[in-house]
Design a protein around this ligand. Sequence first.
Ligand code: CDP
Length: 221
Amino acid sequence: MAIVIAIDGPAAAGKSTIARRLADRLGFTYIDSGAMYRALALWALREKLDPADMHRMEQLAMAAWIELERGTSRVLLNSEDVTEAIRSVDVSAAASMVAAIPGVRRALVEKQKAIGAQENVVMEGRDIGSVVFPNADLKIFLDAQPEERARRRAAEVNGDRDSVASQIRERDERDRTRAEAPLTQAPDAVYVDSTGKSIEEVEDSILRLVRARITNGKEFS
Ligand code: CDP
């Protein structure tokens, strides 16, 4: 049986950085499930389709060929490299709209489950511990105070902190209140607050949990 470490949490809580480092450290595959919703949203925007159109978005999700390249973390949409294109502000907002559509989630969750069944993964997202892998070996809910998340994301995208803060607030609200697979902490997830902590500190605290719960104190690989 493959091992699954699920990391969920709100926007810009540091999930990608931590999940990627953890995967490197453990020799696991890193899977950014959000990149799949982003890739689909990019396609919709390019086709000038409404990301809230349930029927069209479900069709698009079934037709989309989305690949997450191992090692490089490159994201391919229908064989095109969209790694950078999916990080725009417009795509972020549209991603959380397409992600509210049940048919879209069905299609993408199926792909995520297939990956986690085959290889050891660190998968990050919103519903990994609650829906995609309810039996994950370790579930982390990674959070940080809103001001810190806005500061981090503003630095990443070279944007204005106030507007980034309001974009994040709006997206989190949509992610938390949607009917289908809302962002929520699974009852058996460990809450980790990264506010004021360095990447190394957060990584170490999660590695301690991995050793305690999965490897019986031993190191991987
Ligand atoms: O990197 P950031 O935290 O800003 O977002 P992301 O993980 O790339 O996810 C983009 C959007 O995809 C989120 O706002 C969610 O609406 C959606 N998403 C989701 O619904 N379920 C997931 N497992 C991952 C992302």
